[in-house]
Design a protein around this ligand. Sequence first.
Ligand code: JHZ
Length: 424
Amino acid sequence: MTQELATKPEVLQVDNCRACDNKNLTTFLQLGPTPIPNGFLEASELNQAEKFYPLDVSFCGECGMVQLGHVVDPNVMFKNYVYVPSTSTTMVQHFGELATDATQRVNLETGDLVVDIGSNDGTLLKAFKRYGATILGVDPATNLATLANEQGVPTINELFDKNLALSIRSQHGPARVISATNVVAHVHNLHDFFEGVHDLLADNGKLVMEFPYLVNLIEGGEFDTIYQEHLSYLSINPLQKLLAQHGLNLTSPRLIDIHGGSIRVFATKSKPESDDGVTAFITTEREKGMLDLETYSRFQMDVNRVRHDLVEALWSLRFADRKVVGYGASAKGNILTNYCRIGVESLPYIVDSIPYKQGKYTPGMHIPIYPEDQLLEDQPDYALLLAWNFADEIVQKQGTFQKRGGKFIRPIPVLKVIHPSRKV
Ligand code: JHZ
């Protein structure tokens, strides 16, 4: 494998805070260079030069936004996208619950427009359709927009921005619900994005967003969720100020148990009667040090600990002739394996439920990906949960593997063997 370091214009350095334009950002973590985390490879590509990108994380002392110091061309990352939520029952159920929650909060009526930004394969919009909504997806991935359209979810194959928002409004009218799950963190020009949301949203509509929560990332040592797709690591404090700049009022945040700890939050054009928990979140974030550089400076030690414990465990299992494979070829798994330099010598393969990933190889470490059935066919001693955020679903699904003596290892927040009586 030859590493090629990406340069301009494919990757650009960002000097100003994405949320408040402050020029004095402090870099506190460097995890790169790494390949882009969903850049899975075909066998024929393994001997070609592979692009590696910087992965520097900065803190804005003005507004508290944590963000990447570089932006990779979105066409490189999102044009052909292999991640789909629909193969996870947890995600399908979760989106069903989100559609119910949003429908009730806006008193959605039959025919009302729901626009999902970053609609992927249409899983969330299918849930809104059951409530009689007129649905419209927006997604930059051509393969997923095609799939969604074929499945009856009308999807515009573009990146959402203010221009597109105006064109959707002129064709379809205002949206009663705009959803953006795991999207805001991916957006480079947040000002243009929220202006577009403001233009498209009905006066009595609601924007609903979900994103991995910065507090969980920092407290849980979840450094593998830091990758080039995620340009911002969001908390309520900077987000509220950012939305206010664009006439949107943040309301009703609540913690949800998705992707290692996320937040669901709503925003409206009109001022809500109460902030419904926003002030409490802001106070807690302040108390937890989310506005202090020292909190982030200490984070490197957690990253070192996770890497040390994992590499040591895999090393000792190899010396004990135990076979370990990976479970879940997640984007975060690709960051973890690249940063810890874990390759086929430690994990000969990874199993994954997403058909688009099967038969391919992970970026950087080139670990082959097989369907989940391979686990029982092969019955290795251990499976390392690279999708540790789905530990419950996976452990429950793989009962036979465990009955036969197989064990799961969870690497984050603290290395743990999922077995009642033994530790690595
Ligand atoms: P998962 C994605 O990151 C990408 P990833 C994205 N950029 C984002 O923002 C975050 O989510 C939040 C597999 N699996 O969801 C499927 C099984 O094999 O943690 C996936 O490849 N069996 C949009 O990629 C992977 O694991 C199963 O039973 O880090 C999970 O990837 C289950 C449940 C999953 O996200």
